[in-house]
Design a protein around this ligand. Structure first.
Ligand SMILES: C[S@@+](CC[C@H](N)C(=O)[O-])C[C@H]1O[C@@H](n2cnc3c(N)ncnc32)[C@H](O)[C@@H]1O
Length: 235
């Protein structure tokens, strides 16, 4: 798969309201305090753990790992450019391992390896929280070809969810909902920058064609709910 660089590049996923609502949601899932040790796998620009660090001033700075080092990764965390499977072999232990919108980058075998290593990297009572786009009735605004690719990818995610259930066994599910209200112009920029993996392998011509479809299909302001399924595992 080509590399994803603009996922959280000035999109609603890096906006203050999103990060703040997301971190409130996290707080309901895990008791955060100064001693909590956090690892964010596939952290992107590390907006989430950076905001947590600002709020909780953890004694050990959260660690964010990603195979891409974006130039504007947040500075108040420890960032490492490394593959998750390699990093988890360092045998450090964490209270929270966050894997947000990242599982679809893994093959079935690698996902199993990732989960096995993540389980071993948890402190007693530690938690793994996995977030991924909901697969049914997803309302991400799409043009036709984008929708086809997204549906294919969501079908594959369902297989990955089964792998997670078989591997982690005692898990619980909830949803994180964020109401997006974005101008069509801004959303078109996001599509041009291929903000989501289902756009990565499209030709420039397909993107251009898709944008004209979005232009005619949506009003000036686009509103929808971005829903993530949250899978929670406690050691
Ligand atoms: C869709 S982004 C999500 C970023 C961030 N977690 C968020 O929710 O805003 C997925 C990230 O996972 C990273 N990634 C993919 N495969 C990875 C791997 N094997 N190890 C570490 N990071 C990986 C990608 O480079 C990308 O930055």
């Amino acid at each position: 798969m080509k590399k994803l660089k603009n996922w959280d590049n000035k999109t609603w996923l890096s906006s203050k309201p999103y990060i703040s609502q997301f971190n409130k949601f996290l707080k309901k899932k895990i008791n955060l305090n100064k001693d909590t040790k956090i690892l964010d796998i596939g952290c992107g620009r590390a907006n989430i753990i950076s905001a947590l660090q600002k709020k909780y001033k953890f004694r050990k700075k959260p660690i964010g790992i990603d195979i891409i080092a974006n130039k504007d990764v947040k500075k108040n965390i420890v960032f490492k450019k490394i593959d998750a499977l390699k990093y988890l072999k360092t045998k450090e232990k964490y209270d929270l391992i966050l894997i947000k919108q990242t599982i679809h980058f893994f093959t079935k075998t690698k996902l199993n390896n990732l989960l096995n290593l993540a389980k071993k990297s948890l402190n007693p009572n530690g938690k793994i929280l996995i977030f991924s786009l909901k697969t049914k009735n997803n309302s991400i605004p799409c043009f036709k070809k984008m929708k086809e690719n997204l549906e294919k990818s969501l079908k594959r995610d369902e297989v990955l969810f089964k792998i997670i259930k078989n591997n982690l066994k005692k898990i619980s599910y909830t949803n994180f909902n964020f109401k997006v209200n974005i101008s069509k112009q801004k959303y078109i920029r996001m599509i041009k920058e291929r903000y989501i993996s289902c756009l990565l392998n499209m030709s420039n011509k397909e993107i251009k064609f898709g944008i004209s479809e979005i232009k005619s299909k949506y009003k000036n302001q686009i509103k929808f709910t971005d829903t993530l399924k949250c899978i929670s595992y406690r050691k």
